[in-house]
Design a protein. Structure first.
Length: 198
């Protein structure tokens, strides 16, 4: 069976991606299988650039087909912030409760309590030195007036999804069907199932 490296160190993302790709005829690896490979610096100005950089880097470093994603939250009232800096917003190790507080503070500074927003996930698959597949998933919503829900991870508790009438942290198993990462990895799943080899 062909191997595919999921190039992320985020354990929540690994768990979610494993579920999204369950049943696909590839043997999934993670960066835990490659502990000696250091993480690359993310220098892209877009989600697509960062996903492509990471996939190219890990495919070269491991010799394995590698899929990388870059994702984050764009808030319109904050000019798209935190955007590509979502994972580092407020500091690399900042608790998400602190990040939520910073977001609400920034909104109040602009006279807002909420804003239209979206989650974006860009994905790239690299094999044998070439980008074999790229896609982008987007889910539109608004910033909730206060964090709600204990499910999901990251910014899910402050992302209100109107179609469900709740935040993604409250959506449970329904999240995967509509989320940005669910869309992107659903497209990857279809690609992998249509290919005899990577």
């Amino acid at each position: 069976m062909q191997r595919l490296l999921i190039a992320t160190t985020n354990r929540d993302k690994v768990r979610e991606i494993r579920s999204l790709l369950d049943g696909v005829p590839v043997a999934l690896q993670t960066l835990a299988d490659w502990p000696a490979v250091p993480a690359p610096e993310e220098t892209g100005s877009t989600f697509e650039e960062n996903a492509r950089q990471k996939a190219i880097y890990y495919a070269a470093a491991t010799g394995e087909p590698s899929v990388a994603e870059d994702s984050g939250l764009e808030i319109d009232a904050l000019d798209g912030a935190p955007g590509v800096y979502s994972a580092r917003f407020g500091g690399v190790d900042a608790p998400y409760a602190d990040r939520f507080a910073l977001i609400y503070e920034a909104l109040r500074a602009r006279g807002q309590t909420t804003s239209s927003a979206r989650f974006v996930c860009a994905l790239a698959l690299v094999s044998e030195g070439r980008v074999r597949f790229e896609t982008r998933g987007v889910v539109e919503g608004t910033i909730a007036p206060a964090p709600r829900g204990a499910g999901g991870f990251g910014y899910d508790p402050i992302f209100y999804y109107p179609a469900f009438g709740m935040t993604l942290a409250e959506a449970g198993d329904r999240k995967a069907a509509v989320s940005h990462r669910g869309q992107a990895f659903g497209a990857l799943r279809a690609f992998l199932e249509s290919r005899p080899r990577l």
